[in-house]
Design a protein around this ligand. Structure first.
Ligand code: ATP
Ligand code: FE
Length: 351
C-alpha cells in the first residue's frame, strides 16, 4: 500500500511516502536554529513551527514521491508521545487529509516507529530484540508485533547519548559529544582512570549513567586542581575511560537481555541497535561480537532512519493497516504513551 506518514512530536517536522517497504520520499525539516538560542527545545516555538511547516512537508513528500494525494491508501501520523502542541498539529492535519481523501487514518506511537525500523530496513521477523540508545532514550525491548512490545529494562536516569554530550562539554570538546569523545578516545589509555560500571552488581537489564557523569566531573576537577589544567592526553584518557565504562555496561546488560530473549527460542533470532549512540564503533563492535557468539543476527538501521523521521511512522502505519488497527476521528494526541503493553493497553489504535 501507498502510505503517507507525518511526524511532529519533537523538533523535526517530517513527512514521508512509502510503498510497502520502499521509501519513495522522506522529508525532514529541522528546527535546530529556532531553538539554538534557548539551550533546548521550546515547546511553543516547536508547535508554531510544526503548524507552519507541516503542509509544506506533506506537499514536498508527495511531489518527491511522484504520486498524487488521491493515490494514497492511508495516512499515518504520530499520535504521541511527545510535545503536545506538535503532536496535535500532526494529528489534526492527518485527520483532515484522511477525511478529505476518504482513506483510513492510522495513529502511530512514535517509539513504536523507532522500534519497528529494523523491519523496514532489514526485514527482521518477530520477535526480535532491540536496544534503543540515543540522547533521550536507553531501553531494551522485545518487539513481538506492531503493538506488542516487552520492555526488559532501561536507564533509571540519563541516556548514554546525553552522558556523552555532557562529557564533551565538561572537557571542552565540540557538540554533539558522542563523535568528539569517540574521536578523542582513539589511542588513549582507557585504564588510566577507573570509572564505575553502574548497576552491574544488580540483576536485570536496568542501566544508570548519571554516576558515571559525576565520576568524570570529579576526576576532571581533581586533575585541574593538581595540575592547574588539563593536558591533551588527560582529555583523551578521560574520554577513553568514560567510553569504556559505557561500553562495558551496555555489553553486560545486552548479554542479559539476549539471554532472556533467547530463552524464548525465537525461530530467527535477531538483534537491532538503533539511535545516535549506535554510531559508536567501540560499542557496536562489542555488541556485534556478543551476537555472533550467540548465533544472533546483528542489525543496525542507517542513522538517518534512527533519528526522527516520518518514514518510520508511515511504515509502522502500514503494519497497523495490515492488522486492521485503523483509528477514527476520536484519535487523541497523547503526550505520554509508554510502549509496554502492560503499561499501555490502548497502544496504537487511538481508541
Ligand atoms: P531521542 O531519542 O529523544 O530522539 P536524540 O534526538 O538525542 O534523542 P539521536 O539523534 O538518535 O537522538 O542521538 C543523538 C545522540 O547520539 C547524541 O547524544 C550524540 O552525542 C549521540 N551520538 C552520536 N554519535 C555518537 C557516537 N559516535 N558515539 C556515542 N554517541 C554518539
Ligand atoms: Fe525519536
Amino acid at each position: 500500500p501507498l502510505i503517507l506518514g507525518l511526524e511532529s512530536s519533537c523538533d523535526d517536522t517530517a513527512a514521508a511516502v512509502l510503498r510497502g517497504r520502499e521509501i519513495l520520499s522522506s522529508v525532514v525539516m529541522g528546527q535546530t536554529e529556532l531553538h539554538a538560542a534557548f539551550g533546548g527545545v521550546v515547546p511553543e516555538i516547536a508547535a508554531r513551527a510544526h503548524a507552519e511547516k507541516l503542509d509544506l512537508a506533506v506537499e514536498e513528500a508527495v511531489s518527491r514521491a511522484g504520486v498524487a494525494l488521491a493515490d494514497l491508501d492511508a495516512v499515518a501520523v504520530t499520535a504521541g508521545p511527545g510535545l503536545i502542541g506538535g503532536v496535535l498539529s500532526g494529528v489534526m492535519l492527518a485527520k483532515g487529509l484522511a477525511t478529505g481523501l476518504g482513506k483510513p487514518l492510522l495513529g502511530v506511537n512514535h517509539l513504536a516507529g523507532h522500534a519497528l525500523t529494523p523491519r523496514l530496513t532489514d526485514g527482521l521477523a518477530y520477535p526480535y530484540l532491540m536496544l534503543l540508545v540515543s540522547g533521550g532514550h536507553c531501553q531494551f525491548l522485545i518487539a513481538r508485533g506492531p503493538q506488542e512490545f516487552t520492555r526488559l529494562g532501561g536507564t533509571i536516569d540519563d541516556a548514554p547519548g546525553e552522558a556523552f554530550d555532557k562529557t564533551a562539554r565538561l572537557l571542552g570538546l565540540p557538540q554533539p559529544g558522542g563523535p568528539s569523545v569517540e574521536e578523542a578516545s582513539k589511542e588513549a589509555d582507557e585504564k588510566r582512570f577507573a570509572f564505575p560500571r553502574p548497576l552491574l552488581d544488580r540483576p536485570g537489564c536496568d542501566l544508570s549513567f548519571s554516576g558515571l557523569k559525576t565520576a568524570l566531573l570529579r576526576t576532571r576537577d581533581k586533575l585541574v586542581a593538581e595540575q592547574g589544567g588539563l593536558h591533551e592526553t588527560d582529555r583523551a584518557d578521560l574520554c577513553a575511560g568514560f567510553q569504556a565504562a559505557v561500553r562495558d555496561v551496555l555489553r553486560e546488560k545486552t548479554r542479559r537481555a539476549l539471554a532472556l530473549y533467547l530463552a524464548e527460542s525465537p525461530a530467527a533470532p535477531a538483534f537491532a541497535i538503533a539511535g545516535g549512540v549506535a554510531a559508536n564503533k567501540a560499542i557496536r563492535a562489542v555488541l556485534e561480537t556478543l551476537c555472533a557468539e550467540d548465533g544472533v543476527r546483528f542489525t543496525a538501521p542507517p542513522l538517518a532512519l534512527c533519528t526522527d523521521n516520518a518514514a518510520m511512522i508511515a511504515y509502522a502505519g502500514s503494519e497497523l493497516l495490515a492488522a486492521g488497527e485503523t483509528a477514527d476521528m476520536t484519535l487523541a494526541a497523547r503526550p505520554r504513551w509508554p510502549l509496554d503493553r502492560a503499561a499501555a493497553p490502548l497502544l496504537g489504535s487511538g481508541k
